[in-house]
Design a binder for this molecule. Sequence first.
Ligand code: FAD
Length: 385
Amino acid sequence: MKALIIGAGIGGMSAALALRACGYQTEVFESVKQIKSVGAAISIWPNGVKCLNALGLREEIKALAGNMAWMAYHDFATGNVLTRFSLSPLVERVGEYPSPVARAELQQMLINHYAAEDIRFGKRAIRVEQHSDGVRVSFDDGSQACGDFLIAADGTHSVIRDYVRGKPTERRYAGYVNWNGLVTIDKSVAPDDQWTTFVGEGKRVSLMPVGGNRFYFFFDVPLAKGLAEDRSSLKQDLRRYFSGWAEPVRKLIELIDPQTTNRVEIHDIEPFMEFVKGRVALLGDAAHSTTPDIGQGGCTAMEDAIVLASTLSSHSLGIEDALLRYQNRRNERAKDLILKARKRCDLTHARDPQLTADWYLELRSETGERVLEGMCQTIEGGPLG
Ligand code: FAD
């Protein structure tokens, strides 16, 4: 049985590894000649880490991850701690560590584990066709490939999604811009073993330790879509948006390198339930694009890969039946996570300013219990518990 996998991102590579481990022949096609990850880093929550462990990558992921033992919120203006608590109860309950990692390193690790020479780079899929016993994909260089089934892991702008759904899918602007990057750890900005977040004015500034003595940082600001901002004005823009913020935030702005800082207008996609058409299945952001507000997009793609491989390898009524079972095991979970992230996005970015003001007040009496309960529920809803 041969699977064609479109896209060599987190989802596509996880699917390729999972399917190959179950004995499927796999061929991965990637549009770019060289992968350049969108975003500097990613927090892989324990549900995602468990999927990587299942793919045989336990030691590799450990080696890349930062030590995130604590979590804290600070007031934007004074810099004072609103709440600070240990993540140990979460780790003990779910049985795995949260693992923030540099994205390029995660991507390279997945590619190396699969074997880079087995990925066809520079192949942009433009069309898919299927018949009773196979699929054919056409690429923009005029070439084609055939297989028994196809996994479309071609990301949030997926072209194959239109084929599966039979209609175009719009991305929804979530109302804020996110700047993110990596910077050498400076303990006067934040502790090196803590996820630190400054909140106020519907904005946030966050730092997470990743391997290699670096912080993954991000700044969120509610803004109109399509502003003419770029690297040349990046520091001035951030200084303006965060004027009056506490010293560590102002210091962070001076430490960052505009050349390696990304500016992303955050979008998601209204959840939909149809991930499969015959022998073609969507996976990862192609199937469910979420705002990054609960850090679950990549983790969900890894979960998809594990469920896909287990469903295909444990059922005997044929590919189409198994793919439908995959869809039905994933679409409710994906919908829940998109809506949960959207809710958190709205609260964090002051879509309703009163609710956000109430949340800032609540943080002052937060012991960690409520926050950790929400995170544990999200994690435990994954396929590996
Ligand atoms: P992608 O990573 O987009 O990969 C798709 C691949 O397909 C790309 O390599 C692309 O070049 C290729 N491709 C596209 N079209 C074609 C085509 N026609 N033919 C061939 N190849 C094609 N998730 C988390 O779990 N934790 C986090 O902390 C987190 N933080 C985030 C922060 C930000 C700012 C953003 C924007 C997202 C964040 N996410 C996070 C979400 C996460 O990045 C995505 O969910 C994840 O990258 C999806 O992986 P994917 O493989 O489905 O898609």
